[in-house]
Design a protein around this ligand. Sequence first.
Ligand code: NAD
Ligand code: WQD
Length: 348
Amino acid sequence: MPRFKTILVTGGAGYIGSHCVVDLLNAGHDVIAIDNFANAVGDEEGSPALKRAEQITGKNIVFYEADLLNKPQINDIFDKHPIDCVIHFAALKAVGESMQQPLLYYQNNLLGMLNLLEIMRSHECYQMVFSSSCTVYGEPEYLPITETHPTGSITNVYGRTKYFIEEMLKDLSAADEKWNIISLRYFNPVGAHPSGLIGEDPTKEFTNLMPFMAQVALGKKPVLTVFGNDYNTPDGTGIRDYIHVMDLASGHVAALNFLGSNQVRLKVYNLGTGRGVSVKELVEVFERVTKTKIPLKYVDRRLGDITAMWADASLAKEELGWSTKLTIEEMCKYKTGCGIIKPFNITQ
Ligand code: NAD
Ligand code: WQD
């Protein structure tokens, strides 16, 4: 019997949320999921991704199409259900869009969080796991990045919303000892559930490497544009810490368990593998695993891109008892960013 029984998952129909819900159900939690379908597919029956999560687990999810900016709607959900803890995924996350529409991002991400925290407090629910990002570190001063690395020198609005929320959480938890919050700084989540039933399926345009590469493999895009091969890295391409979305999901269950038996006020953990992989390396593994040739076109660096970033994930290992298990090969096994996910012709 988990210490927290009923978990509210905001942004539950989204990429990471839908995968995390699978692990939460498997761990014996009751899940209430909400989403406004800003970046997830929705139909008259709710969320197809969450229907498939039910299919995978054989368990039910209570789903509400609801918007965090609509306070009465969220308040009603808290009135109806005895929510023990919130996992807060809901946010807008497109870096380019955030630069063009800063007010949309500040309103959705900051006001959405403020509304949620106020409603939680009024219902005496003080437990939260928050989706933060490695983006809060900006250009790394050293590698691998520990949680004590300075934050805040960020060049995009999306990243600043994560930074501002973390600052808000610091103030809140300092002011009231009842709050018990873990902020998880994800590195680069990729991959899909091994069933192939759920994966990354956004409704907005995306620019991330893995879903883009999958689109090229599917013939939906002609070529993968590699942004820069003149970086100061062994092969000249950018380096990131790609983490399988199911490892990320298990990190949330570990965080919940930790909150269930510790009063921390606010703790921050990196969720990454601790290993940096270049664009070229990822393409090579993807080609081998999927037996698909990815045509490449090298162009100039993308504005605002960082040379290299990977996590020191030892704190999560020591304190949450969590570490990643899945390899880069596993991360490349399923088509992502292309609607219903089907396995590629796997080599093994
Ligand atoms: P996603 O867009 O797939 O999921 C977010 C979900 O939140 C979407 O389904 C969207 O419709 C919903 N949503 C947005 N605003 C909402 C609102 N006001 N009310 C209700 N629902 C709302 O993104 P994801 O990749 O699953 O990311 C989940 C979280 O993790 C986000 O907070 C994101 O910033 C963070 N994160 C993502 C990455 C990444 O690369 N995917 C990396 C670091 C952090
Ligand atoms: C990875 C690498 C690109 C696309 C973004 C957000 C960040 C965080 C994680 C949420 C880089 C290269 C990419 C392409 C390429 N998200 N690339 N061709 O830039 O690390 O971070 O996702 O918090 O906030 O900014 O991820 O997948 O876009 O890029 O060569 O078509 O792939 O230059 O080196 P990134 P990404």
